[in-house]
Each structure stands twice: as C-alpha cells, then as structure tokens.
Design a protein around this ligand. Structure first.
Ligand SMILES: CC(C)(COP(=O)(O)OP(=O)(O)OC[C@H]1O[C@@H](n2cnc3c(N)ncnc32)[C@H](O)[C@@H]1OP(=O)(O)O)[C@@H](O)C(=O)NCCC(=O)NCCS
Length: 255
C-alpha cells in the first residue's frame, strides 16, 4: 500500500507537521522566557509559583474553549514550565537557594519520605534499621507537626530538607533534621537550624539536640553552629547519644 493512502501514516504526517509548528512556537516562547529572565532579581522570581498557577488556570480555560483535554494541557504545561525554569536559572546564573518556610499538615507524607531517605545512612552507620525517624508512623508525624515548629526547605515544588523544634519550659528541643541525600553538603542543614532558632518564641533560653557518637559530620555541623556537648547517654551497647546545647534568646543568639 502506498504510504500516503495508509490512514495512520496520513495522520502521523499531519502530527509531524503540527509538531514542527509547535516547536517553532516553543522557540518563540523560549526567546520571551529568556528576555523575562533577564529582568528577574532572584530564583524565587524565576520560579514564581503564583504566576505558574495563573498560567495553568489560563491554559485550562483555553483548552476548554478549544475542545482539548484540560488535564492533558495542564500536565504538558507544568512539564514545559519546569523545563523553562531550569533553562532560565541556568541562563541567568542566579543562585538557586532553597526557600525555608513553615511545613503544613499536607506536607506530612512527603516529610516522612524525606526523613526515611535521609536517615537511612544513620541506620547503616549504627546497623540499626529501627531508628525512631525510620519507624515513625505518618499519624505520629502529622501529630508532631501540630505541636512543634516545623520548617521545610523547598526547591521549586520539591521538599529538600526539614527540621522540627518543640518548645518546652524555655528550651527548644531540635530534632528530625533531614536533608535529601542528593542535596546534602550545600548548606541546607545549616540554614534550617538557623531558621528554626530565629523562629523560636522569645521565651526560649536554650536549644538542645542530640546525635549518635559515630555521627561525626553531624557533631561537626552542630559545633560549627555553636552547640556544645553537655552530656553523653548510653542508649544501647553499640550507641551513645551525645546531647548538645546552645544558649539562645528568642530570635537571637547570646554571644
Ligand atoms: C545532617 C544533615 C541534616 C546535614 O545537612 P546538610 O544540608 O548536608 O548540611 P550542610 O550542607 O549545612 O553541612 C554539611 C557539610 O557541607 C558543607 N557545606 C555547607 N555549605 C556548603 C556549600 N555551599 N558548598 C559546599 N559545602 C558546603 C559544610 O561545611 C559541612 O561540611 P563538613 O561535613 O565537612 O562539616 C544531613 O546530612 C542529613 O540529612 N543526614 C541524615 C539524617 C541525620 O543524620 N540527621 C541529623 C540527626 S542528629
């Protein structure tokens, strides 16, 4: 059969022509995105989550008018916008620092996934898969979010780090510090602790945290942040907990 008489081949030829048009229009869109990128002061302005939602709402409406599936158009646009954001950030060279803000109840599932991924290295270090952050249930984590100051660090839509602090009797109990394994060593852990201390209520006089005696990188991090060893506690024959404290007053540190 001649290819042009094959109905599927005909449809595919039409799709190919349409794709050429679409790519031409994408090239036009890319030129505009690059122009806009040069006018933006920082990575947050590039990611512009409110603008993204406005664009999505607009194209869903256009999809409805054109008889296209709004769900398909939304998925294509979200993928396209994510790719353009990456391109814009690379083209402008703006530092893409994570944004730190309060975690909300809807984050519980993602925080549990992050926590489990991060604490796996600790489990290997101590040969113990039953570490509390690894066996915490989703319900327990959700309850903890309601009773503590919970912060998350995000890059775009992704949660890349988190920490929680529970104030009690003037002391901030810091815990569950976790950074996604592929995002470690970029200062996110440091930024999370500093943000948590700054968010502590003014009656907080001291911050305390603990880590295992073999977690030398964690001990280095905490000491760099001004925490000093207060005591050691034997947890199991293999594990000693090192408790550290730092004097803080509300949103500033006592020098
Ligand atoms: C502990 C933990 C939260 C630290 O997070 P992190 O984001 O890697 O911490 P930071 O990046 O601030 O600091 C880690 C190292 O990166 C270095 N660093 C910080 N900013 C950096 C940057 N911009 N570029 C390069 N290196 C940097 C720090 O100097 C530090 O170096 P060191 O290991 O030689 O001391 C993370 O390793 C983790 O999730 N571990 C598993 C869970 C865990 O152990 N939690 C704590 C339990 S007590």
């Amino acid at each position: 059969m001649n290819e042009i008489q094959d109905p599927l081949a005909e449809i595919r030829a039409s799709i190919d022509r349409l794709d050429d048009d679409i790519v031409d229009r994408l090239a036009e869109r890319e030129r505009l995105v690059r122009q806009a990128g040069r006018l933006k002061p920082d990575a947050t302005a590039v990611r512009a989550p409110d603008r993204v939602e406005a664009v999505i709402a607009r194209v869903r409406e256009s999809a409805r008018r054109s008889g296209a599936s709004a769900g398909v158009v939304e998925r294509i646009y979200r993928a396209m916008i994510a790719a353009f954001v990456e391109l814009e950030l690379a083209a402008t060279g703006l530092p893409d620092r994570p944004v730190i803000r309060a975690a909300v109840p809807a984050d519980a599932g993602e925080l549990l996934t992050l926590q489990r991924a991060a604490y796996t290295s600790e489990a290997l270090l101590y040969g113990d898969p039953g570490l509390p952050p690894l066996v915490q249930t989703l319900d327990d984590l959700a309850a903890e979010l309601r009773t503590s100051i919970a912060l998350k660090a995000t890059r775009g839509d992704r949660i890349v780090g988190a920490v929680r602090g529970r104030p009690a009797d003037g002391v901030l109990h810091v815990g569950r510090l976790a950074v996604a394994p592929d995002q470690q060593g970029q200062g996110i852990g440091t930024a999370l602790i500093e943000a948590l201390e700054a968010a502590a209520p003014s009656q907080i006089r001291q911050a305390t945290l603990f880590t295992g005696h073999r977690s030398l990188a964690n001990l280095r991090l905490y000491q760099r942040l001004g925490y000093r060893e207060a005591r050691r506690e034997r947890l199991t024959p293999q594990v000693e907990l090192v408790h550290l404290i730092k004097e803080v007053v509300g949103d500033h540190v006592v020098e």
